[in-house]
Design a protein around this ligand. Structure first.
Ligand SMILES: Cc1cc2nc3c(=O)[nH]c(=O)nc-3n(C[C@H](O)[C@H](O)[C@H](O)COP(=O)(O)OP(=O)(O)OC[C@H]3O[C@@H](n4cnc5c(N)ncnc54)[C@H](O)[C@@H]3O)c2cc1C
Length: 269
């Protein structure tokens, strides 16, 4: 059977424009209005890894996202990078989903593609950055998972050997497929979409899935969105940073000496 790799991608605000984000104190959700949206950077590394495996072993790479209608753009972007087909899970009833509901919905979307061998995710996102979605996805798909992966070696289509980063080193883990893996940015340098890739992407399939796709795989309406989310944002607190400026004047040597004295006083050195 042909290898099938699914890459889960999330649309996030561009980190270069994070100063344009604001938090709705009442709902605890992030307002992204006016901020450019991109593929979560780690998800590009996840896609790159899937494309490299496909280049060696053949097969199909599918990309999937749950998000608002505009998230279709990141699927188009992923198709231009080389993915074969995409799916967007979009329904008003998905709004307010926490990580558990998100993983439940995305897992139904993955099942909609049929059998899979490997799901590759980013290790975390740049906006919510919980890192919870990949292990939850694995649970809903009833397969094993490995997080913090910096290298994937795939000798065949039955198993993979991965390096998982831990404090002070790494573990080498052998995993029987199917599995969910979440990757770190050190895993590869990702390619950018080529002009030919952008043209080809226009002819590739993008499935539009709504709540009925979840129902097909046994997910009830009460398990979606806010209702299906056991976590609630109770409070959002903005941290404030206080800075004390100290001007030092004089000749450069004197200033350097003053600086050393001050840094020692503050126990920085
Ligand atoms: C009570 C509550 C309400 C919320 N309401 C909203 C809301 O209304 N609107 C909103 O935008 N966010 C909302 N969120 C945030 C939302 O839960 C997270 O954005 C989402 O669950 C993903 O979590 P994360 O970004 O921490 O993913 P992580 O676990 O850090 O992501 C790791 C990887 O999982 C995959 N992944 C994550 N999310 C998706 C996705 N959506 N589609 C495909 N793959 C994915 C990607 O590969 C990603 O790199 C809410 C959170 C809570 C707790």
């Amino acid at each position: 059977m042909q290898l099938h790799i699914v890459v889960a991608v999330k649309q996030v605000p561009d980190p270069d424009h994070f100063d344009g984000l604001s938090v709705d104190r009442r709902t605890g959700s992030i307002s992204r209005a006016g901020v450019p949206l991109i593929i979560n950077p780690l998800d590009r590394h996840a896609l790159e890894e899937a494309l490299r495996i496909k280049e060696r072993l053949g097969g199909t790479v599918s990309v999937i996202t749950m998000g608002p209608p505009l998230a279709r753009r990141i699927i188009e972007d992923a198709l231009a990078m080389g993915a074969d087909r995409g799916a967007i899970l979009c329904d008003p009833s998905f709004a307010g989903s926490d990580t558990l509901a998100t993983a439940r919905i995305v897992s139904a979307g993955i099942r909609n593609f049929g059998e899979f061998d490997l799901v590759i995710c980013g290790n975390e996102t740049v906006d919510s950055s919980t890192g919870q979605v990949p292990p939850q996805l694995a649970e809903f798909l009833n397969v094993v998972h490995v997080t913090h992966v910096r290298r994937i070696d795939m000798p065949g289509t039955e198993r993979i050997i991965v390096e998982r980063v831990v404090e002070g080193g790494y573990l080498t883990v052998e995993v029987k497929l199917p599995a969910v893996i979440s990757v770190l940015k050190t895993i590869n340098t990702f390619r950018l979409p080529s002009v030919a890739g952008i043209v080809e992407a226009a002819g590739k399939e993008i499935r539009e899935l709504d709540a009925s796709a979840c129902r097909m795989f046994g997910v009830g309406d009460h398990e979606l969105g806010l209702e299906g989310s056991p976590t609630r944002v109770l409070e959002v607190v903005e941290s404030t940073m206080k800075r004390n400026a100290l001007m030092m004047t004089g000749e450069p040597e004197d200033v350097a000496k003053q600086l050393v004295v001050k840094l020692r006083e503050l126990q920085v050195i």
